[in-house]
Design a protein around this ligand. Sequence first.
Ligand code: SF4
Length: 67
Amino acid sequence: MSKVKVNEDLCIGCGVCESLCPNVFKLENGKAKVIAEECGECDCQEAINSCSANAISFEEQSEQTNL
Ligand code: SF4
C-alpha cells in the first residue's frame, strides 16, 4: 500500500494534480492538499509525474497492518 504526500513548501498551486486526480488532491488556499491517502482508480501516478514542482511523493507502506 502506498501513501501520497504533498510538500506544501514546493507546491506552486498549479492545480494539475487536482484536475488529474480529484479523488486524492484538492487545492486549498493555493496549495494542494491530500484528501484521500489511497489512490483508487485515478491517475495518481500521472499527477505525480505531471507536477512541475516535484511536490508530490509516494510513500511505500509495506509492513503496516493496523485495523
Ligand atoms: Fe502543487 Fe504539484 Fe499539485 Fe501543482 S501539481 S498543485 S505544484 S502538488
